[in-house]
Design a protein around this ligand. Structure first.
Ligand SMILES: C[S@@+](CC[C@H](N)C(=O)[O-])C[C@H]1O[C@@H](n2cnc3c(N)ncnc32)[C@H](O)[C@@H]1O
Length: 245
């Protein structure tokens, strides 16, 4: 089983990854970011949607949203969030390495470092290929990750974050000549200790851009934040956008 298939991770650490402030932040981004701008009726696919963090604000703006996630537990949370927000969305349990709906979407998004999970580079490429095939001509893919250059600015500094009456200690280790990252999280709450490790591929902007181009995206652009600022020394994220010709 791949680490990303473990529901104990996504559910067990949900309070850390998906606190209420992230839903509020997604609401703000969808309202203000030119990268997430949608018109009523636009068809949007959220690949690895988690608990509907971005589905809810996109659907509120009139987009027709499909969320895909491998975790049934995350989809259950997504259903609850959509019901609570009184929005409709189609939620599908599928693996992003396999999920394709030919020419069905105007926008495909993959948010919050949900890309690069697979050790085999061909499997990560398959995700981009599927997204490309799922877009209409002129449609766009947006991938939001922690870029290698951004990460290099703070790697090696362990973090301690207070969450849910406990503290999560996070420590990152760079693997395989800066191609992969392991994040070890230990959550200490009273007598309870919970541990997990997350793995992801570390992409530089040039590397991720090259993958977009390899699967056929055109007009590929890299941004350093959702306000479309450049991917430079001030970047906070690596956001890559490409268009299906
Ligand atoms: C870091 S969370 C991000 C969730 C959401 N995009 C957000 O911004 O809150 C990553 C999500 O990827 C999902 N996931 C992991 N592997 C997957 C796969 N192979 N196919 C589809 N979803 C997957 C997990 O279940 C989890 O919900």
């Amino acid at each position: 089983m791949g680490w990303y298939e473990d529901d104990d991770l996504w559910v067990g650490f949900a309070e850390v990854m998906f606190p209420p402030r992230r839903a509020a932040e997604a609401e703000r981004l969808v309202a203000t970011s030119p990268l997430l701008e949608v018109a009523p009726g636009d068809r949007v696919l959220d690949l690895a949607c988690g608990p509907a963090t971005h589905i809810v604000p996109l659907a509120r703006r009139g987009a027709v949203v499909t969320g895909v996630d491998l975790s049934e537990a995350m989809l259950a949370r997504a259903r609850v969030a959509c019901t609570a927000a009184e929005v409709e969305a189609r939620l599908v349990r599928a693996d992003m390495r396999e999920h394709v709906e030919r020419a069905a979407y105007d926008l495909v998004i993959n948010m919050y470092t949900s890309f690069g999970y697979f050790t085999d580079p061909g499997e990560n490429l398959a995700v981009l290929r599927n997204a490309h095939a799922s877009l209409v001509p002129g449609g766009r893919l947006l991938v939001d990750v922690m870029g290698k250059e951004v990460f290099a600015g703070w790697v090696g500094r362990p973090q301690a974050v207070d969450v849910g009456g406990g503290t999560v200690f996070m420590r990152d280790t760079v693997l395989d000549d800066w191609t992969r990252l392991r994040s070890d999280w230990t959550w200490v709450r009273g007598d309870e200790v919970r541990r997990t490790s997350l793995y992801s591929t570390l992409y530089s902007a040039a590397e991720l851009r090259a993958l977009f181009e390899e699967v056929g995206f055109t007009d590929v652009e890299c941004f350093g934040d959702f306000d479309c600022s450049p991917y430079d020394n001030h970047a906070r994220r690596l956001i890559v956008r490409g268009t299906r010709a």
